[in-house]
Design a protein around this ligand. Structure first.
Ligand code: GLU
Length: 282
């Protein structure tokens, strides 16, 4: 099929108007292209994912008139794939264990000679404290965070990367320099998770054969990391479409804690799916 897209919510709170917009837009685009719309439950964060939120997601989406292909992919069932990719990156010397705490990183990144800490898509750019310790073992150690050695990763690729974005109607080139200095050694597997959002999302999009990733523009910078991982892991690069965000009256983007804008509340107040479409400008 030439158009496969997905909606990938995390079951950590109620879906709000921003989710409704993203899901409806992806669904409409799939319908128009005579393509497939898939659903993926991003529940790697076991400390925050809840079954009742997952059930509410199915219920809200069905109420909005969205139909998805079964089976639904759930990240909590995909650890073997994540582990295999980590083993591969480890064997190639591209990832390393890191035992720094947030406080360690903040202190090292703001040491007097370092100046103000630089921020990348994943927060403070890692100052590299654990980068050069020798790697031991055939597989990565457990119960410790794993970071991508960005310089080595870029050396392994030896090319600038780019992706096209139909939402923003532009082609973005990502240089090794930007990745090394503007993104840095990101965590690729969290200590408490055995994976990360970035690793899981690229492996899952590939496993679901997603051709079009439609998501909010807040994830635009993360896409630079995703195309790098796709290239390192030999995965197809999908077409991207980053869409505008739905904001509250003060212009702030909606978050899961904005319960007042939860779809379930609008439903309880008697809104129709068409009302929701109008509220988000569809
Ligand atoms: N799970 C992410 C979220 O709820 C979406 C990830 C994605 O679309 O790539 O924000």
């Amino acid at each position: 099929m030439s158009f496969i897209t997905r909606f990938a919510p995390s079951p950590t709170g109620p879906l709000h108007l921003g989710h409704a917009y993203s899901a409806l837009l992806a669904y409409d685009m799939a319908q128009k292209a005579d393509g497939a719309f898939l659903l993926r439950i991003e529940d790697i964060d076991r400390s925050r994912a809840r079954e009742h939120w997952e059930n509410q997601i199915y219920d809200d989406l069905a109420w909005l008139g969205i139909r998805w292909q079964e089976p639904v992919m759930r990240q909590s069932e995909r650890q073997p794939d994540y582990t295999a990719a980590l083993d591969d990156l480890w064997a190639r010397g591209l990832i390393y264990p890191c035992s720094c705490t947030r406080a360690d990183i903040a202190a090292a990144a703001s040491a007097p000679q370092e100046g103000a800490p630089l921020l990348g898509p994943d927060g403070v750019i890692y100052p590299g404290t654990c980068r050069d310790f020798p790697l031991e073992g055939a597989t990565p150690p457990q119960n410790v965070a794993l970071r991508l050695n960005m310089r080595k990763a870029c050396d392994a690729l030896q090319k600038d990367l780019s992706f096209s974005d139909s939402g923003m109607a532009r082609e973005t080139t990502v240089s090794a320099d930007e990745l090394i200095h503007g993104v840095g050694d990101i965590v690729i597997a969290r200590r408490d998770m055995g994976t990360s959002y970035h690793l899981s999302v690229v492996l899952d999009d590939a496993a679901q054969e997603v051709t079009h990733v439609i998501r909010g523009e807040d994830l635009f910078d993360a896409t630079k990391i995703h195309i790098l991982l796709q290239s390192l892991l030999g995965l197809e690069q999908p077409q991207y479409h980053h869409h505008r965000l739905i904001r509250d009256e003060a212009g702030k983007r909606l978050a899961k804690r904005d319960d007042a804008r939860a779809i379930s509340l609008f439903r309880a107040e008697g809104a129709t799916p068409q009302d929701i479409r109008e509220m988000v400008g569809l």
